[in-house]
Design a binder for this molecule. Structure first.
Ligand SMILES: NC(=O)c1ccc[n+]([C@@H]2O[C@H](COP(=O)([O-])OP(=O)(O)OC[C@H]3O[C@@H](n4cnc5c(N)ncnc54)[C@H](OP(=O)(O)O)[C@@H]3O)[C@@H](O)[C@H]2O)c1
Length: 233
């Protein structure tokens, strides 16, 4: 495996994604916080990085002149011709080592340079390569979806609270249900439909909940969300 301990990693833009990915690679022990440099337009956001021992600046040029690997973590923008670029789409669970990053290789990188980027990003996320044209729909499914599940967790917990569960416990139970279902779907060789059927026993409670969700348009609401975000990406 490539040793990245001697490399300096820079982030241009110090917002949510830069924080999730920077903290992900530091927590994974792949890069020392002192070897990470973040630049951001406004000063305030840099404090969350410096608290973690990460170097900060408001000068983007400093990042380009000092760092071996640079992550552009600003909103999408025009990039110069001939640049060595790997387009990447991360999600915020990178912060806890459970992220997903879609990557699309640009034309001008050597195999070693591309490998270096993949090793770095794989330290805090599962990386999937895809052609650039699929980054939009992929982003809808993995980049935006954590927000949908946060709403789902909050709503499930509200339901529990309505029936007497303490709020903290309800939030933990709902969060663990989402985490456990995702893990089971990833690790089992069964289709999600079979996993769902295994929970919904005949005449039981789960099938009533599923009926309520179907009546409310649960499936089409999720498909509509992917349509809406893909149209915007
Ligand atoms: N958040 C997510 O879950 C998520 C998921 C998938 C993909 N993405 C993608 O990740 C990228 C970054 O998103 P984000 O959520 O991290 O956005 P964000 O929180 O708004 O962060 C962007 C940061 O870039 C800074 N910035 C803007 N122009 C700059 C410049 N010229 N020089 C230095 N810093 C500059 C902004 O600083 P100021 O605030 O000081 O202006 C801001 O802190 C976007 O392309 C987004 O589509 C995000």
């Amino acid at each position: 495996m490539l040793d990245l301990k001697t490399k300096t990693v820079g982030f241009v833009g110090g917002g949510n994604m830069a924080y999730a990915v920077a903290m992900g690679i530091v927590k994974a022990g792949l890069v020392d916080p002192g070897n990470v440099l973040v630049s951001n337009r406004s000063k305030g956001k840099l404090q969350m990085f410096s608290k973690e021992g990460i170097q900060v600046t408001q000068d983007n040029i400093e990042v380009f002149s000092k760092c071996d690997i640079i992550v552009l973590a600003v909103k999408p923008q025009a990039l110069g011709k001939g640049s060595k670029i790997v387009r990447s789409l991360p999600n915020t669970p990178c912060l806890v080592g459970a992220g997903t990053i879609m990557i699309s290789r640009g034309n001008n990188l050597t195999d070693d340079e591309y490998e270096c980027v993949k090793v770095l990003l794989s330290s805090c996320a599962e990386c999937f390569e895809c052609p650039e044209k699929l980054l939009g729909p992929a982003s809808s499914v993995m980049g935006c979806a954590p927000a949908y599940f946060f709403v789902a967790i909050e709503s499930l917990a509200d339901g529990g609270v309505m029936h007497g569960l303490p709020r903290d416990l309800a939030l933990k139970l709902a969060s663990r249900a989402v985490m456990g279902a995702g893990k089971l779907a990833l690790e089992s060789d069964k289709h999600p439909e079979q996993l769902k059927d295994a929970v919904a026993s005949p005449g039981g409670t789960t099938i009533r909940g599923l009926y309520a969700l179907e009546k409310a348009g649960f499936r089409s609401a999720l498909i509509d969300a992917v349509n809406a975000t893909t149209a915007k990406s």
